[in-house]
Design a protein around this ligand. Structure first.
Ligand code: ADP
Length: 454
């Protein structure tokens, strides 16, 4: 690190209290105000910076530090006793330190450095830390004297007297302050300026990552909030369906019983038209009662659902078949069932699913004798149940409609029903975290499937 005298002089000129361009460094010229109010300590990797600075200190004896713009020390490596035990302790000299750390470092642009004597008369070099185009802190190294400078012991003696330091201890600490050659200082400057740039780049990445995480978390929060709203509104709707259908039953009973009473009491006085009209009214009220009962049934799938328990699907299907005995006999339906597994379910809802599906398979039979086959397949984490019939079949275009409440594809005259059966199945299957669907060919038959997680 030999330098000619004139070269050294030049260096002295450059360093002493001036800014110097470091040609290979440049600012990360970006928007600048995106950092908003994030703390520098949240953005930079303090652990990594500390470990690099420590190694550099061990090699060179040059102290180092990273401070934010308010003078908060984030990293401090190898600081001198004269600073730590005296200058940064005494309130007045501490004020000097803070002023040196903040005010004296102002106006240093990215890619430049500034050498200055701190207000307690030690040398400091500062190079700014820019993140995303914004000056967020400074990297320092300092607390030294130049080797070619005579230490002005008197000046420090005066400082000891002025601030009430123990003179002997203070001068001992002064003696420990290192003396560096200017060319070594220059190497230190370049090392730290480059380091500042690397920190900046890494920090931008950290910052962007943090920002992305923040945005992701914000989005997740919004989704969670929307989910909560949806759950609440679903619950309210369920409550409404339940209360409305429950409360509607009573006035409806009144309508139907009084119209029937009217018919009985005044039969002789009424002509045939009036009797027909009363008949329509009673019929309407009965149908409405049925719809309300169905609605209640539908809302009870969630409001009155029972705990899931392990049960034998064979027994459940057996019970569903017993419930349908009359229509099975009437239609002469032939039902076969593969051996079924044990499942974890609300057994009465599972029975309802099978019963509705078997009932439909009979109800929507073709001219052939109904043949119904119940099967199951193992799909890894779920069981897939299938109820296959040889009935009239369903047009593909009705795929989405038939699971919707009160949706029917046939007239009441041809096939009685309200259109609640499959909606109840879907709701019950969904309550079990399963899926429901069907495959069908017009005139050949349909297979309804539903899955149950294991
Ligand atoms: P409902 O049986 O009371 O009409 P569902 O919700 O059970 O109500 O069924 C809705 C509609 O889906 C039925 O009206 C019918 O048109 C059609 N559907 C259901 N199951 C079958 C089936 N196995 N074969 C043919 N059509 C069916």
């Amino acid at each position: 690190m030999e330098k000619s005298d004139s070269g050294r002089e030049e260096l002295i000129q450059e360093i002493a209290g001036q800014k110097k361009e470091l040609p290979e460094l440049e600012a990360d010229a970006n928007s600048g105000d995106q950092l908003e109010d994030m703390a520098l300590s949240d953005i930079i990797d303090i652990g990594m910076i500390k470990s690099i600075m420590e190694k550099f200190y061990q090699l060179t004896g040059m102290t180092g530090a990273v401070l934010d713009l308010s003078g908060r020390v984030l990293v401090a490596i190898g600081w001198q006793d004269i600073c730590m035990k005296f200058h940064r302790i005494n309130p007045e000299t501490k004020k000097n330190c803070l002023e040196s750390d903040t005010i004296l470092t102002q106006g240093v642009e990215a890619g430049t450095y500034k050498a200055y004597k701190c207000k307690n008369n030690l040398w400091d070099i500062v190079t700014p830390l820019f993140i995303d185009g914004k000056h967020v802190g400074n990297v320092f190294f300092g607390q030294f004297f130049y080797a070619d400078e005579e230490t002005d012991i008197d000046l420090f003696r005066q400082q000891a007297n002025r601030y009430g330091f123990d003179q002997e201890e203070y001068l001992e600490a002064l003696a420990k302050v290192p003396h560096f050659r200017r060319e070594d200082v220059q190497i230190g400057i370049e090392f730290y300026a480059n380091l500042a740039k690397v920190f900046s780049q890494l920090s931008v990445r950290n910052y962007q990552k943090t920002k992305m995480l923040e945005e992701r978390n914000k989005a997740l929060e919004i989704i969670e909030q929307k989910n909560m709203e949806l759950r609440r509104s679903n619950k309210e709707l369920e409550q409404f369906a339940y209360v409305a259908s429950h409360d509607l039953q009573e006035p409806l009973r009144m309508v139907s019983s009084y119209t029937q009473l009217l018919e009985r009491r005044y039969a002789e006085k009424l002509d045939q038209d009036a009797k027909d009209f009363i008949g329509f009214a009673v019929d309407g009220a009965t149908r409405m009662q049925q719809l309300i009962n169905d609605l209640l049934d539908y809302s009870r799938i969630t409001t009155r659902g029972k705990e899931f328990k392990e049960c034998d699907a064979n027994l459940i299907v057996k019970q569903a078949i017993i419930n349908l005995q009359m229509s099975i006999e009437e239609s002469k339906a032939v039902i076969s069932c593969d051996p079924l597994p044990r499942v974890k379910a609300d057994s009465s809802q599972l029975e309802r699913i099978f019963q509705n599906m078997i009932e439909n398979a009979i109800k929507f039979k073709s001219s052939k004798t109904p043949k119904i086959k119940i099967g199951v397949s193992d799909n890894g984490n779920e069981w897939i149940f299938a109820i296959k019939d040889n009935g009239i079949g369903i047009e593909d275009s009705y795929k989405d409609r038939i699971f919707v409440i009160f949706q029917r594809l046939h007239s009441r005259k041809d096939h009685p029903g309200t259109g609640i059966g499959l909606a109840i199945c879907k709701r019950a299957v969904q309550r079990h975290n399963g899926r429901i669907w069907f495959e069908s060919k017009m005139g050949e038959g349909s297979t309804f499937y539903f899955s149950l997680p294991k």
